[in-house]
Design a binder for this molecule. Structure first.
Ligand code: GLN
Length: 484
């Protein structure tokens, strides 16, 4: 059962081949056995999961429910979940039991999905390797000496190790796509504003976006149908008619125009990854697509612009963690100021502090124009590059990550090397566009991802482009050798 896709589990539940309680138990047993090695989950609460599963079974027995009713899901620990510990990978929230549900959680619950647990992540979603989590590193199920990617590394490792059929993730600069690539998953970062950020702990509000991580495009479409939708509690949520993201999955690709930005195919990508990306593009030509060269001339500025804008927003967002209302508070302090500073010094890890310092600096009087405003201008130029490119193509393709999974500790001491792991993904967030990563082969036994970027609101098209490739190939069906 645990080898099956979300859609096939949904049919099995509908046909009564298995109950949600049985399915949930299968996963819980596997989590109990393998999570000590993989560390994908921060919190598991079998009683709560099984109560949801029982309710889902009752709903199905009454002839109610939808495709996700009774489906167990892993939820990234950035989504506030009522009655569950919601840590965001930080000591700062190490004791925080959320009094309310994020919209994403609320929607999954309303669809009858079962929460299997909360997944490990880089602290406050800052990282590309999951090594910044207060709750320890997550291991890549393909090679436990390697990172799973980040920041949604716990979600990625959970799905890759079959500790969940699908998971939620969030992507501020690549955190759904990069771990999907490193763990052989399909992940989708929607257009900014499609998935509500209400209750999703904020890192960089103008970039953060939740999305699905699963084994196939079809599964991502199913999960996105539940996650997406207008939410008046998020002022950046877009009020658009709801969509069925499965509607175009089967459309033939004849005539599809794929843009290949020359900046994606120059230096910087490991040759073995590039060879797999090129082979995937050749497969698309066989499926009837044409390719055209496009250019994103300002893409080279995306990492520097991001590392001004994201820390600036983070420094503001993280000011709320002061030890007063919730979360960690230093046990001993002299006065109020001392309480603030000790709490923040003890509660945040090194990467988070680095971002707060950079963000405070670039926003400070005298540097705001030189750094922050300048970065915002670059952001506009990058968005315009995409507008220009999409005049010549329907989707853009390239690598997701310049390398396959690197070894634990390999980049941990060098923040700039770590930041460069997102060289191909960050521009998409700066522009607010949707982007996907799909499995496209293996190098040295480790998976690589093909990135597919679309114009605003083209999620259904992206899922279609990914699905047709997955019908013609079987990379996405490969699984890590048994861990047990
Ligand atoms: N790796 C990037 C960072 O550390 C992106 C993280 C993310 O998308 N949440 O900021």
């Amino acid at each position: 059962m645990i080898e099956r896709s979300l859609s096939s589990l949904s049919s099995a539940l509908a046909a009564g081949e298995i109950s949600s309680v049985e399915l949930t138990q299968l996963y819980l047993e596997r989590i109990a056995r393998l999570n000590p090695t993989i560390n994908a989950y921060v919190t598991v609460d079998a009683e709560k999961s099984l109560a949801q599963a029982r309710a889902a079974d009752a709903q199905r027995a009454a002839g109610q429910g939808g495709p996700l009713t009774g489906i167990p899901l892993a939820q990234k620990d950035i989504f506030c979940t009522k009655g569950w510990l919601t840590t965001c990978g930080s000591k700062m929230l190490g004791n925080f039991v959320s009094p309310y549900d994020a919209t994403v959680i609320e929607r999954c619950n309303a669809a009858g999905a079962v929460i299997l647990g909360k997944t490990n992540m880089d602290e406050f979603a800052m990282g590309s390797s999951n090594e910044t989590s207060f709750f320890g590193t997550v291991k890549n199920p393909w090679d436990t000496a390697c990172v799973p990617g980040g920041s949604s590394g716990g979600s990625a490792a959970a799905v890759a190790a079959r500790l969940a059929p699908a998971a939620t993730g969030t992507d501020t600069g690549g955190s759904i796509r990069q771990p999907a690539a490193l763990c052989n998953l399909t992940g989708l970062k929607p257009t900014y504003g499609v998935v509500s950020r209400y209750g999703m702990i904020a890192f960089a509000s103008s970039l953060d976006q939740g999305g699905p991580m699963a084994r196939s495009a079809e599964d991502c479409a199913l999960l996105l149908n539940t996650m997406a939708g207008f939410d008046e509690r998020d002022s950046t949520s877009l009020d658009r008619p709801s969509e069925d993201y499965c509607r175009d999955l089967e459309k033939p690709l004849a005539g599809l125009k794929i843009g290949l930005p020359k900046e994606f195919f120059g230096e910087g990508c490991a040759p073995e990854v590039m060879a797999l990306v090129e082979a995937a593009i050749a497969e698309y030509r066989k499926l009837g697509a044409d390719t055209v060269e496009v250019s994103l001339p300002n893409m080279k500025l995306s990492v520097p612009a991001y590392y001004v804008i994201a820390p600036a927003e983070a420094s503001s967002n993280l000011s709320r963690f002061d030890g007063v209302r919730y979360g960690y508070r230093a046990p001993e302090y002299a006065d109020l100021n001392d309480m603030y500073s000790k709490t923040r010094a003890q509660g945040f890890g090194a990467e988070v502090k680095r971002r707060i310092l950079i963000g405070t600096y670039v926003l400070s009087h005298g540097y705001y124009d030189a750094y922050y405003l300048q970065a915002q201008r670059i952001r506009r130029l990058i968005a315009n590059d995409f507008v220009e490119a999409f005049k010549h193509c329907d989707v853009i393709m390239g690598p997701t990550s310049p390398t396959t999974a690197f070894r634990l500790g390999e980049k941990a001491a060098d923040p700039v090397q770590m930041y460069l792991s997102d060289i191909y993904t960050i521009a998409v967030n700066l522009a607010g566009l949707p982007g996907m990563s799909i499995p496209c082969g293996f190098a040295g036994g480790l998976p690589a991802g093909l990135q597919i970027i679309g114009d605003y609101f083209s999620e259904a098209r992206l899922l279609n482009v990914a699905h047709r490739y997955q019908q013609a190939t079987d990379w996405h069906l490969r699984q890590p050798a048994a861990l047990d």
